[in-house]
Design a protein around this ligand. Sequence first.
Ligand code: PMT
Length: 399
Amino acid sequence: MLSLTNKRILLGITGGIAAYKCAELTRLFVKAGALVRVAMTKASTEFITPLTMQALSGNRVSIELLDSEAEGAMGHIELAKWADLVLIAPATADFIARTTLGKADDLLSTLILATSAPVAIAPAMNQAMWGNISTQTNLELLKQKSFYLFGPAEGQQACGDVGLGRMLEPEELARRSAELFKNGELAGLTFIITGGPTREKIDPVRFITNHSSGKMAQALGTEAANAGAKVTLISGPVNLSYPDTINIIEVESADDMLEAVMSCVKKSDVFIGVAAVADYRPAEPASEKIKKDGNTLNLKLVKNPDIISKVSKLKDKPFVVGFAAETESIVENGKKKLEDKNLDLLFANNATETFDSDYISTRVISPLLKEEILSGNKNTVARKMLNLISAQIKTRIRK
Ligand code: PMT
């Protein structure tokens, strides 16, 4: 059965007769577990109503670039960042030409420019328009820009012609969309990922913690499992759900997290420390609730174990990936952590933007890779991170 569980698909509809098939396509996406948002060009509303698409997707349809009401719900940039996949179906010859030029003169073309998610195009047009050198040249350029091309199919056309140019059937478009998420790239590898915050007990009712939501670790765990890896996610207290394909170990404190990590890390190929582990904990947690008698309260804190450093000191260590959330000198501090903790790779991000957000913009810090910025929703960025990790471990010989 087709599975697109929790995949965020932005369906862009342009003005062609095949637009009517988008009703069935949306139904198939939703049935497969995808979250669907629809953006339509004005011309496409002549072929299928926004109301139909709203009812089937369960979300308000976006049409205008400058629509204060829509921006209030989900702005166009936010929509572009939200998507895990943008599918333009049907894609007219005109829309393909405008996309090739990088135009941003309506909502859909702007979304394509702004997204960092993969974009797939399902052309639908008359066979002569399809065969025209301009259309073919445009498509060549789009392929070079890493756009995916779904179709078209051959057959009887609405205008009476016969030939190439029919939009692929909804079942085929849904299947190809699902294929994009399945790569099996990490099959046979075992990943241990830490995530979320830790809680360090002050007394039976109070603790020290931080704002980590666990979303970045959830995205990495989910995408690694989708790519075929065996994943154990060791998480501090968070409020998230996970696919059944991930083994979850729930912990509270840094000490608990260390114990859980050490119980399974030796058999792993990759360790990713996403957790925002509390650096210090109260030296002596009170066994009874501390009374608020005085105007001040002194807490003596002691350093927590550095989990990732312990992993990278193991004799037969896995490929070790760290994270750093910084408020200043992000790259310099990231490089220092990479060295101090003997990491193979580190992602350094801005702490004021990343905690509890659905999005991340992070810098790749590595002794071997070029420094680059990865941005987008956490699932999209997780896939890019995993691609980097996968490429690195393929060239690495374990002792
Ligand atoms: O959970 P989210 O809301 O999605 O937010 C994601 C995130 C901001 C928590 C994540 O992207 C991130 O940046 N995590 C690292 C936070 C941090 O600043 O860590 P650090 O600089 O204290 O530690 C650096 C590395 O050492 C990290 O890989 C950390 O997991 C690890 N570490 C740190 C301390 C410690 N005692 N043990 C560790 O293993």
